[in-house]
Design a protein around this ligand. Structure first.
Ligand code: GLU
Length: 586
């Protein structure tokens, strides 16, 4: 525990739970507010704000801003995200969509060269990949509508971390090494994260006074400082004329000051579904996260898992995920551009029909269904009942991002996932401001025809799935994760493990992750192949992807029946997360 985190709490009835000095605590139970993030400093920032009397929304922004400093390759003010908030006083859930948006000049040809698509890595590491960042606008909406503090107060902990610096971890160094070539392209990125052109080593101290400066300008000037001031100018310049290192080249983008000035976050109605007596609130389009989790859960809801062998139950989980992904891949995109059949996809009758397609053996790839037939809206003619997209191998989707979750003593709850897309985003650090720009435009589907085709002003389809579950009208648990399209399966599998296999949340989260996204082979984590669990699933015809990788980095809260709250972070993945709680009195 840091003295600074405690200092403000001493005068308040809630104190940071005592724990071994500086040991990371992935699970903690308390009676006041709680936070779980993948960064120790970010969790401490949230706790500082809670101890100062801030609410969960204030603390979530404080944690997110700190993650932007300590985990700059997965998130930050150069990107966007989705926040789900439970407002205790109103007993309702709202969501803030602050997804990056395609500039007004964006076209489906952004990544064509001489009529041919450039390779994915070239597309990623470019100004053309950068969408108009939404994060600061999202934080502004969160704080001004639902928070109790201003930018100045909630950004203070992050500014302090950026100024003082943080120690490079093994995983940070590893991620830098993976992105060395991308970072070498850009002079300010090389200066910040490379040493002599090579990845910064574990143990090194990184200070980011430029990011502190960006945060200070936002603290002083508010949201306009980012979208209309010198920061906006610096972003536009960096996108249109990337700050290349000598001898390097990259595709420029075409972003204007108007693109930034016109950027809006959207307050969206949450996507609500039910599962075994729980109300599951997730993110609506343009994230496919909420709808895909809900469809798969609806498919699973008709299965009686009592007494079912674990392998058979997991076979059902994998196949339900496969069926839901077939629909997600075919139909889902930005709702301001596409009339996606969401009511059909969420219908219990449709799920029952999809469930009949699950056989005794893994199906490997399945076709999208016909959710239009279940739209229940007689006032509009039915759309053609055929997916416009020929299912094939989806285009590459990378697997990064960060998720955090916070609650406060008054019962407000935040589940928040935000990103800059790939590890290190586009690789472009904005000169003078120390933050990386996203490459979210590569989340469009360039292999059309497809609802998720690139269009000017459109938001690319996401998989982010920050979730809040209610039971009997009260928060029961939250869950979310990074991981590109595996976000959906991590959230789904954790809910399934917790509610159907009866695992406590820490076990539900620690269990080996299996990600079935309607592919020939299921993604698995290192160490799973050859296990008894794997062999039992192979008997159902499941096959495993050849190159296992760690999947996701989840964070959760569980609201216990005795009124306590348990914050749960990763005990092993991504260098271990940090769960912190307050405790009444002391
Ligand atoms: N761009 C991804 C999405 O919106 C998130 C980034 C990732 O996790 O890879 O789904």
């Amino acid at each position: 525990m840091k003295a600074s985190a405690l200092a403000c709490g001493l005068t308040l009835p809630f104190l940071l739970a005592a724990g071994p000095a500086r040991a990371k605590t992935p699970v903690a139970t308390g009676t006041g507010g709680a936070v779980a993030t993948i960064s120790e400093q970010a969790s401490q920032s949230a706790m500082t704000i809670l101890n100062q009397g801030g609410n969960a929304i204030d603390a979530a922004v404080a944690a997110a801003a700190t993650l932007g400093v300590t985990d700059p390759f997965s998130c930050g003010i150069g990107g966007g995200g989705f926040m789900v908030i439970y407002l205790a006083k109103d007993k309702r859930v709202i969501t803030i969509d602050h997804r990056e948006t395609a500039p007004a000049s964006f076209t489906p040809h952004a990544f064509l060269e001489n009529g041919k698509p450039v390779d994915f890595e070239t597309a990623v590491a470019s100004g053309a990949a950068v969408g108009v960042p939404g994060t600061v606008r999202g934080w502004h909406e969160a704080l001004t509508r639902y928070g109790s503090m201003d930018f100045k107060r909630v950004l203070a902990p992050a500014i302090s971390v950026a100024d003082k610096g943080y120690t490079v971890t093994e995983i940070f160094s590893h991620l830098t090494a993976q992105n060395e070539r991308k970072f070498q392209l850009y002079a300010p990125t090389s200066a910040l994260y490379l040493r002599g052109g090579k990845a910064v080593q574990p143990g090194a101290l990184i200070r980011n006074p430029d990011m502190a400066k960006a945060y200070r300008e936002i603290a002083a000037g508010g949201v306009k400082a980012f979208y209309e001031g010198p920061i906006a100018r610096a972003i536009v310049d960096a996108v249109n004329k990337p700050p290349l290192a000598p001898g390097k080249s990259a595709r420029p983008g075409r972003m204007s000051m108007a693109d930034l000035a016109n950027y809006e976050a959207r307050i969206r109605q949450p996507l609500r579904s039910t599962y075994r007596g729980y109300e599951i609130y997730g993110m609506p389009l343009p994230s496919s996260g909420g709808a895909t989790v809900a469809e798969a859960l609806n498919i699973l809801e008709g299965v009686d898992f009592k007494g079912m062998p674990r392998a058979q139950a997991e076979h059902m989980y994998l196949e339900a995920s496969r069926l839901a992904f077939a629909d997600r891949n075919a139909y889902l995109a930005d709702p301001e551009y596409v009339d996606a059949p969401i009511a059909g996809i969420l219908s219990k009758e449709y799920a029952a029909q999809r469930r009949t397609l699950i056989g005794k053996q893994a199906a490997h790839t399945v076709s999208a269904g016909d959710p239009y037939a279940y739209q229940n809206d007689q006032s509009v003619p039915l759309r053609p009942r055929r997916a416009t997209h020929v299912p094939g191998r989806p285009q590459p989707e990378s697997a990064h991002t960060t998720h955090l979750t916070v609650s406060d003593k008054d019962g407000n709850v935040v589940s928040y996932t935000f990103t800059i897309e790939s590890w290190g985003g586009s690789g472009i650090v904005v000169p003078g401001y120390g933050f990386l720009l996203n490459n979210e435009m590569t989340d469009f589907d360039f292999s059309g025809p497809h609802p998720n085709v690139p269009e000017a002003g459109k938001r690319p389809r996401s998989s982010m799935a920050p979730t809040i579950a209610l039971k009997d009208g009260k928060p029961a648990f939250t869950i979310g994760s990074p991981g590109g399209s595996t976000i959906i399966t991590t959230v789904l599998q954790t809910i399934f493990n917790h509610l159907d296999l009866g695992m406590p949340m820490d076990q539900a989260m620690a269990a080996p992750r299996l990600s079935e996204r309607n592919e020939e082979a299921t993604s698995i984590e290192p160490g799973f192949a050859g296990s008894a669990q794997a062999r039992a699933l192979e008997a159902f015809g499941h096959r495993w992807e050849a190159a296992p990788e760690e999947i996701g980095a989840a964070n959760a809260l569980v609201f216990n029946p005795d009124g306590t709250v348990t914050a749960v972070s990763e005990a092993k993945r991504h260098g271990v997360g940090t769960a912190l709680v307050q405790r009444k009195g002391h």
